[in-house]
Design a protein around this ligand. Structure first.
Ligand SMILES: Cc1ncc(COP(=O)(O)O)c(C=O)c1O
Length: 471
């Protein structure tokens, strides 16, 4: 390890803020939900603050501040290419989008796909990666086993089936199990067969270097400590050089008449509308911070957390961990998952566990299906009858029996003490510690709410509900 590199920055902006609990006490908030959205790095917040006085229009102003803002925006674009292991002057371009969801939709629109064409994807995907292809063409799915994984051979079988796929669309890391598919081998297998690959790096980007071999790659700033509304889509310039852009409007054109438009060159062709320069500047700073910290330190930090998190949870009676199990002889580096764990507790509704962790312990986790319904159903091993029952209920807007699990996800500033605090809370709940107040379930969201009177948890405070119900 390069000893000259500084350690993981801690705390992040907002770490340790006191939050009210149902017993009337305040506790330091423990955010174990970085896989959903991560707090800003201090350097990101500082840079945004410093930049704000210089904020101005991008690509649309002759003033000094516009030139400066445009420069900052274009610097961020180059930094995104570097972060993804691409040369600034190569064939690839970086399009600055809102987030991964927009990036996948953008690409699905831009690729020349016909209704009978096939995109191979997997049942492990987030809805952002599952759904956009289905609107353009046919999808062929790589199935997973009961541990939520598949092999390179499984992917190869789908790639070799007929008709020949136009694309492989695959996640770099699962947001549910933290599983890291064997991406290098999969990329090589697809490329040997001449099939381009789109990698969803929403979860990968904050934890591992991005695969330079991916033809297309997308990720979100808010999951890598730059929560200012920018994300990235990278792909070959040629993909975006012809045809209509995803969004039509100002900034994307060379010439317009009432019955004519000449689109400009990419990447601007793909970025109609005023660019999000604050988001771009924030992302640029996050890239620099990742570079400063170094992947070695980040991965060591992650690996230390994931082993205490997963082995600690597995040791609690009643906990069922979802996803790959560590092999008996211990794990090798390749078998390590991202620092997150998704689990169920025997006899307790996932939404109740998450509500109790929040209201009684000040710990923020996510519960539900994590925008990956098909994957969760497989991991939970639900019977067709159970699936039919809950589907019928949800379609009646009754989410009380929505299946799901609880996910704890760690980030750059999570410590092993934080993991211990979380494990102690789960052990108490699993061990039957009575809830200090009754909890009621909202049928329309499936969420539980403590019937307390403490500030922050009264009936009036329910308006703060941040339901996990929608996937
Ligand atoms: C694996 C994965 N892909 C895609 C997304 C979508 O990201 P966003 O909500 O930033 O568009 C997420 C978000 O949780 C994710 O975890």
């Amino acid at each position: 390890m390069d000893e000259t590199r500084p350690a993981i920055p801690s705390p992040l902006v907002g770490d340790g803020l006191a939050v009210p609990c149902v017993d009337g006490q305040q506790r330091p908030y423990l955010n174990l939900d970085s896989a959903a959205s991560a707090n800003a790095l201090p350097a990101v917040a500082r840079r945004v603050q410093e930049f704000l006085p210089w904020y101005s229009s991008v690509h649309r102003g002759a003033g000094y501040k516009s030139r400066l803002a445009t420069n900052a925006y274009e610097e961020a674009r180059l930094a995104a290419l570097r972060f993804a292991g691409r040369p600034a002057d190569g064939d690839d371009i970086a399009v600055i989008v809102r987030n991964t969801t927009e990036a996948v939709n953008h690409l699905a629109y831009r690729l020349p796909l016909a209704p009978d064409d096939v995109v191979v994807t997997t049942v492990v995907e987030h809805h952002a990666m599952l759904l956009p292809w289905g609107r353009r063409c046919q999808r062929r799915f790589v199935e997973c086993g009961s541990d939520g994984t598949f092999s390179t051979d499984d992917v190869v079988a789908a790639l070799e089936a007929s008709p020949r796929p136009k694309l492989l669309a695959i996640t770099g890391a699962s947001n549910v199990t933290g599983w890291l598919p064997p991406l290098d081998a999969i990329l090589a297998a697809a490329h040997e067969r001449g099939i381009p690959v789109m990698v969803d790096a929403a979860q990968l980007a904050p934890h591992r270097p991005l695969p330079p071999a991916a033809d297309y790659i997308a990720w979100s700033g808010h999951k890598m400590y730059a929560p200012f509304g920018a994300g990235i889509l990278i792909g070959p310039r040629a993909t975006f050089a012809e045809g209509d852009p995803f969004l039509a409007g100002g900034g994307a054109v060379d010439l317009v008449d009432l019955d004519e438009v000449a689109w400009t060159d990419p990447p601007e062709r793909e970025e109609a509308g005023s660019p999000n320069v604050i988001g771009a500047v924030a992302l640029d700073t996050a890239f620099a911070e990742f570079d400063r910290i170094g992947w070695k330190a980040i991965i060591e930090h992650d690996d230390a957390l994931v082993s205490s998190l997963r082995s600690g949870l597995a040791a609690i009676s009643g906990v069922r961990l979802l996803g790959p199990k560590p092999p008996p002889g211990g794990v090798s580096h390749e078998e390590v998952t991202l620092p997150l764990a998704t689990f169920t507790l025997d006899g307790l509704h996932h939404a109740l566990v998450a509500a109790r962790l929040s209201a009684e312990y000040g710990i923020g986790v996510r519960h539900g299906c994590f925008c990956a319904h098909p994957y969760l159903l497989r991991l939970l091993d639900l019977s067709p009858e159970e699936v039919a029952d809950y589907r019928a209920a949800v379609l009646r807007h009754d989410r009380r029996e929505m299946p799901g699990a609880v996910r704890a996800s760690a980030g750059l500033s999570t410590s092993t003490d934080d993991i211990d605090r979380f494990l102690a809370a789960v052990a108490e709940i699993a061990g039957g510690r009575p809830a200090p107040v009754a909890y009621v379930q909202d049928p329309s969201t499936g969420d539980f709410w403590p019937e307390g009177t403490a500030p922050g948890w009264t009936a009036d405070d329910r308006s703060l509900g941040a339901s996990c119900a929608r996937g």
